[in-house]
Ligand binder design. Sequence first.
Ligand code: EPU
Length: 303
Amino acid sequence: MHINDPKLVAAIGALGVEYKQNISLAEKTSLGIGGTSDLLIIRKHESLPELVRLLKDSQVPYRFLGGGSNVLLPDGELPWTILQLARQDPDVRFEGNSAWVDCAADLGRTVTRCAKQNLGGMEGLIGVPGTVGGALRMNAGAYGTQIGSYVREVLVFRAATGKIETLRGAEINFEYRHTSFAPGDIMLSVRLELPSKPYSEILQGIRICNEKRRASQPLNQKSAGCIFKNPPGGSAGRMIDELGLKGHSVGDARVSDRHANFFVNAGHATAADMLALIADVRNRVHERYGIELEEEVIVWKES
Ligand code: EPU
């Protein structure tokens, strides 16, 4: 979506927001899929309420994109202008067992930065790609760890009020790959409270998780991690594997040979290819097991 109104462009610039035209979003996603749009890069969190107000007043539809690692964007020209947060400097600040982390910070780097302060607990999250904000939105988890367990406070732009608010403790609900944040909320920074642990012990945990991940997941291919959530008590990857679907493809969208719940872009896959593969695999799982798999990857649709 292009912003055609020069007055709006000037007002956006006056807020210190960077305006980039006609950006290829495939390059901003780990799947390497996505069309083009204008991009607004927010340097100061305080400018967000006014920016959103301007866009709404001008009836410019927008969507917020985080690290792009768990999302499937449409092909062609997108019907939204894209908002992204610039990383703050510094992006992590420590106070005892608390780490205040900027939501645009890389999750893996944050885990190691905390480790160097002898703050552990998040070892399992080490290989999860994306930003801290993205991990928060989905309550990212791996190897028995979920980020939500360590969250104490979140500074968030609330879609409902158009204001920046602080949410604490029980005001946020974290479940398996789901949180109580509204779809339009934008997480800005978070206070994590982490257990003290010697650096060497944390490193050992990180190494073990990295090895497990390397052995079971297609890390050197373009993917969005697991495509489906695991159904209660079950494993989407095992079911898809049992159906013999590893290597099954639509165009260049392919079920990974390594982990059947990872669908990879093996070349020039389009969103249409990936959506067709998702629908096909979901139908086959439903036919065989009577289970309706739910997407874990966030699919951007016009609503
Ligand atoms: N399995 C197969 N074939 C496959 C893949 C898996 O038989 O192709 C079997 C495994 O042998 C194992 C079981 O299925 O017995 C579960 O597999 P795995 O340990 O790989 O875990 P998962 O349930 O498939 C979940 C998360 C991953 C996370 C890992 C490690 C979900 C949807 N997936 O995968 O998270 O990295 O556990 O903790 O919850 C993600 O969210 O994007 C993601 C990759």
